[in-house]
Design a protein around this ligand. Structure first.
Ligand code: NAP
Ligand code: G4F
Length: 345
């Protein structure tokens, strides 16, 4: 039975990757960081008490800012594969906490690579790199496109990416980097623009909200479906030779187009509800990200299975169902949390 360590397990991608690997028969050791409240909502459906015999899913406390916790985990588990998905992953927030973002995203990746090197383990390594690294370079972007990052997050990811390449070249580590374009799902964090929109639609439809404040509507993203993208991560680590791959759909849409389609799906006109709030603009923007994923198609045989239109539908319907069921359950906090400005970033 193969063993995998997954960092960022409590996030969107971590939860889908763990489901995918469990279905492939892996034993999973997932890293979670200490939090004062429960942070395993996306994993709870997978978790069996570790006292139960036969469980293949284990959660461990560790943190990318704490190198000793990473070394201990590697020693204890001795994994075949390590997937590094942990990050302060919000681009706008990275302008507000740049040092912390660099510590987790850039130095954190180095800590994990160094822990692998020093323990001498022969495991395979996946790095969650980002299309944000391309920033202002013209679309479409491929593995050979020049990087021009436009945020502290993107700069930190670029370090994570290049240090992964460097450890591969210096120490012959089987280390691959997936340069993933935006991917979304009903499990997407609620402050990323797609989920912010679909969540707001559900609240508007059910009378809990009447305004949605957003930033730059002209930015264009190549939006795909997260479960397709975790499949690509695994495919990369099954190759004999480690390498870097761009993953995306090859189709970009603006935030405005996302609004059009999502509100229309709920029979609403977004012009009645959406207002621009300059607070959501970024000091520098990545205007147009569009993947040229031909290498992944050719070498890995990867391709996306969900279209943009279906992605929007899946997300709107999931949020409508979720908010409806919470309302039926009488969740008292729902109204106050949706209106709180602090959650609307
Ligand atoms: P996400 O939902 O924001 O999840 C991030 C994960 O990292 C969470 O589990 C979070 O834990 C964890 N984390 C944050 N700081 C940590 C620390 N100091 N130590 C350990 N864990 C920490 O992100 P995602 O969308 O799943 O993305 C997964 C990875 O792919 C990230 O590295 C992201 O930057 C990258 N990426 C994402 C996309 C995309 O479109 N989704 C595209 C390209 C690259 P908590 O739950 O406790 O916060
Ligand atoms: O949904 P976003 O916050 O995602 P962004 O910045 O593209 O980053 C995501 O994708 C990256 C891959 O390219 C990942 F590496 C990263 O971790 C993250 O998952 O914003 C998308 C676009 C931006 O241009 C932003 O300016 O939407 C625009 N936008 C307009 N109004 C907004 C809003 N973004 C957010 N979060 N909130 C708004 O109100």
């Amino acid at each position: 039975m193969k063993k995998a360590i997954v960092t960022g397990s409590t996030g969107q991608d971590g939860s889908y990757l763990i489901e995918f690997l469990l279905a492939k028969g892996y034993e999973i050791h997932a890293l979670k960081r200490r939090s004062s409240s429960f942070n395993t909502d996306r994993l709870d459906h997978l978790y069996k008490d570790f006292h139960d015999s036969g469980t293949r899913f284990f959660l461990h406390y560790a943190d990318l800012t704490d190198g000793s916790s990473l070394t201990r985990l590697l020693y204890d588990v001795r994994p075949d594969e390590v997937y590094n998905l942990a990050a302060q992953s919000h681009v706008k927030v990275s302008f507000e906490i740049p040092e912390y973002t660099a510590d987790v995203v850039a130095t954190g990746t180095l800590r994990l690579l160094e822990a692998i090197r020093l323990t001498g383990l022969k495991c395979r390594f996946y790095q969650a790199s980002s299309s944000e690294m391309f920033g202002s370079t013209s679309p479409p972007q491929s593995e050979t496109t020049v990087f021009h990052p436009r945020s502290p997050y993107a700069c930190a990811k670029l370090f994570g990416h290049t240090i992964t390449v460097n450890y591969r070249e210096s120490y012959r580590l089987h280390a691959s980097s997936g340069i993933l374009f935006n991917h979304e799902s009903p499990r997407r964090g609620e402050t990323f623009v797609t989920r912010k929109i679909t969540r707001a639609i559900a609240h508007i439809k059910l009378g809990l909200q009447n305004k949605l404040y957003i930033g730059n509507m002209e930015a264009r993203r190549d939006w795909g479906y997260a479960p397709d993208y975790v499949r690509a991560m695994w495919m990369m680590l099954q190759q004999d030779v480690p390498d870097d791959y761009v993953i995306g759909t090859g189709e970009a849409h603006s935030v405005r187009e996302f609004l059009d389609l999502a509100f229309a799906h709920a029979n609403l006109d977004w012009h009645e509800f959406v207002e621009i709030d300059p607070r959501y603009f970024r000091p520098a923007e990545a205007d147009h990200l569009l993947a040229d994923a031909s290498k992944a198609r050719r070498v890995l045989g990867w391709q996306p299975s969900v279209t943009f239109k279906d992605l929007v539908r899946i997300m709107v319907e999931a949020d409508l169902a979720d908010v409806e069921s919470k309302l039926r359950g009488g969740e008292a906090l729902l109204r106050s949390t949706v209106e709180s400005p602090g959650r609307n970033s």
